[in-house]
Design a protein around this ligand. Structure first.
Ligand code: ZN
Length: 250
């Protein structure tokens, strides 16, 4: 078998093949071209969609940024309002501080006036001729030695009425020889007591309540005394104080 016959046996007639196959080839080529073009368009569509999506995203971001910006502005406004409120409060606090200081001053004055009234509550216990001995250190009129005089000595005639200097309860009404003689101690129930010594006699009993100005006894020279007088004491928390600080007597 020669080459030509072999060729005819295994390779089809190319003209026939071309005639019959060309339309298919053309259709195939056209289809391929169409497919490639379609793929390109598709690809472009993807890109456009991506761009659009990015645009939408950017717009969304911008809106968010605008929202944040307006919120920030609101916050700033609020901060400014708080700042001015704070300033106002500080001014108010300052004025309240001075009001409180005024109130304290007022209370102090009230307290002082109450204290003054408290002092005014004491009554002179006896009309006297002279104050023969005042409160403090002195030479004892009988014993001669230096000692502390815990009261005032008010000289008056025997029998001159003695009254309670303040209201209170009679704690002692007794006789002590070589000392206070007939004497009365009144407890004023607020830490204050008053003592009345060397009486000619007392007319109250222990436990009796007496009011300020009420007669409690008479002037004399009982106990240790050089003459008729009233030894008058005011005691605050068991310590003698100067009666002249509570009663005008000199
Ligand atoms: Zn005295």
């Amino acid at each position: 078998m020669d080459f030509k016959s072999l060729w005819h046996k295994y390779v089809p007639d190319w003209k026939l093949l071309l005639r019959k196959g060309l339309p298919y080839v053309l259709v195939a080529v056209f289809a391929a071209a169409t497919a490639i073009a379609a793929l390109g368009v598709q690809n472009n569509r993807h890109i456009y969609a991506d761009i659009n999506a990015t645009k939408v995203e950017l717009e969304t971001h911008q809106q968010e940024l605008n929202t944040i910006l307006s919120q920030t502005k609101d916050l700033l406004d609020r901060l400014r309002a708080i700042e001015s409120d704070t300033l106002l409060l500080m001014q108010q606090t300052e004025s309240e501080k001075s009001e409180v200081a005024d109130k304290i001053e007022e209370l102090k004055n009230t307290f002082e006036s109450i204290e003054n009234k408290e002092r005014q509550r004491w009554i002179l216990p006896m009309q006297y001729k002279l104050c023969s001995s005042s409160y403090g250190y002195r030479e004892h009129p009988v014993r001669g030695e230096a000692n502390f005089h815990g009261g005032v000595d008010l000289a008056a005639d025997r029998g001159t009425p003695i009254v309670a200097s303040r209201s209170g309860t009679v704690k002692y009404a007794e006789y002590i020889e070589n000392d206070a003689g007939y004497w009365v101690l009144i407890d004023h129930l607020d830490g204050f007591e008053s003592a009345y010594m060397h009486m000619d006699k007392y007319i109250v009993t222990e436990g009796q309540f007496v009011v300020a100005g009420q007669l409690i006894g008479y002037c004399g020279a009982s106990g240790v005394a050089t003459g008729n007088h009233l030894h008058f004491e005011i005691r605050k928390n068991n310590q003698t104080v100067n009666p002249a600080d509570y009663i005008d007597m000199y």
